[in-house]
Design a protein around this ligand. Structure first.
Ligand code: IPM
Ligand code: MG
Length: 361
């Protein structure tokens, strides 16, 4: 069966355009083999949108995203825009995109690839075999809770306020995604909260426990976030699927990513109940190496694979991309972030060419 997909391409800032070019080429290259046609539509978001039209997420971009089957996002942000008022920062555009598309579930896998085990800062015996998935709630919690702002008190002293809040329905919908995700993996779900201190976390824990009645085949455990951070670096193999709120997920997913040695290898998927998902690398826009052909495009390419798997339901095509990435690593090709003895260092573009060569064989 032939499928045509409309993909919105948000290349963004910094290394974004370089890595996106590689991912788009790779998707185009595998398309015919799986009877797929991709129609890519570029749109502005992040710092480049601020420069071009004055806002980080132009309405037109959100509309284009809504009218597509999936959104590929590279990376946004850079020092140039860091001093702008908050509502005009690239990050605010990203939050508006998540919220505008209702992307409440963020899947961030962290898997140790045997070829890269030496790249991790942890001992090989600690990380060998690690394969975990962080399911992060993405449109609630302290990122979005009200009230928020910096308010002047009666004495004139300023007070900064953010609110960590979750309603039962918000917890339940991310909880269900997490149980379903765990079900497709090793059926172990660890919910991370701070229920020893925070009321919002107690409700989170109670709802997860209640939901577990519907998933008797999944083993549910709970950890406080401080302990979870420690366990992630002490003995990461104990984890299969982790579910947590927005802020804790932001922090723990970076820690989980670094277990694998390079954040430059990790893709992510952000999904809503319906409509297009956004697929993006976990890493940022790396302005320090932008435009130098040094970036690692593999997390972006693997985000394309996640798009095929989770957004477009084309698992065979996703497998093909993932297999190609593993073969490239097997052949000893690396980008500079993964430099190791007996490897060949390629630029971003050359890494893309090597992938294309492999896929078109
Ligand atoms: C992430 C990033 C974002 C977040 C920033 C850029 C707003 O750190 O996707 O993890 O905090 O969610
Ligand atoms: Mg983050």
């Amino acid at each position: 069966m032939a499928y045509t997909y409309r993909i919105t391409v948000l290349a963004g800032d910094g290394i974004g355009p370089e890595i996106m070019a590689v991912a788009v080429d790779v998707l185009q290259a595998i398309a015919p083999r799986f009877n797929l046609t991709f129609e890519f539509t570029p749109a502005l978001m992040g710092g480049c949108a601020i420069d071009a039209v004055g806002v980080p997420l132009p309405e037109e971009t959100l509309e284009t995203c809504k009218n597509s089957d999936a959104v590929l996002l590279a990376a946004i942000g850079g020092t140039k825009w860091d001093t702008l008022p908050r509502h005009l920062r690239p990050e605010t555009g990203l939050l508006a995109l998540r919220s505008g598309l209702g992307l409440f579930a963020n899947l961030r896998p962290a898997r140790i690839l045997p070829q890269l085990i030496g790249a991790s800062s942890l001992k090989p015996e600690v990380i060998d075999g690690v394969d975990l998935m962080v399911v992060r709630e993405l449109t609630g919690g302290i990122y979005f809770g009200q009230p928020k702002g910096v308010f002047a008190s009666e004495t004139g002293e300023k007070r900064g306020v953010n609110t960590m809040a979750y309603s039962e329905s918000e917890i339940d919908r991310i909880g269900r995604v997490a149980f379903e995700t765990a079900r497709k993996r090793n059926k172990k779900l660890c919910s991370v909260d701070k229920a020893n201190v925070l009321e919002v976390s107690q409700l989170w824990r109670d709802r997860l426990t209640a939901l577990s009645a519907d998933y008797p085949d999944v083993e549910l455990s709970h950890l406080y976030v401080d302990n979870a951070a420690m366990q992630l670096v002490r003995w990461p193999k104990q984890f299969d699927t982790i579910v947590t709120g927005n802020l804790f997920g932001d922090i723990l997913s970076d820690a989980a990513a670094m277990l694998t040695g390079s954040i430059g290898m990790l893709p992510s998927a952000s999904l809503g109940a319906t409509g297009p998902g956004v697929f993006e690398p976990v890493h940022g826009s790396a302005p320090d190496i932008a435009g130098q052909n040094k970036a690692n495009p593999l997390a972006m390419v693997l985000s394309g694979a996640m798009m095929l798997r989770y957004g477009l339901n084309q698992p065979a095509a996703a497998d093909a991309i993932e297999t190609a990435v593993l073969s490239i690593l097997d052949q000893g090709y690396r980008t500079a972030d993964l430099a190791a003895p007996d490897t060949t260092i390629l630029g971003c573009q050359e890494m893309g060419e090597a992938l294309l060569k492999l896929l078109c064989q």
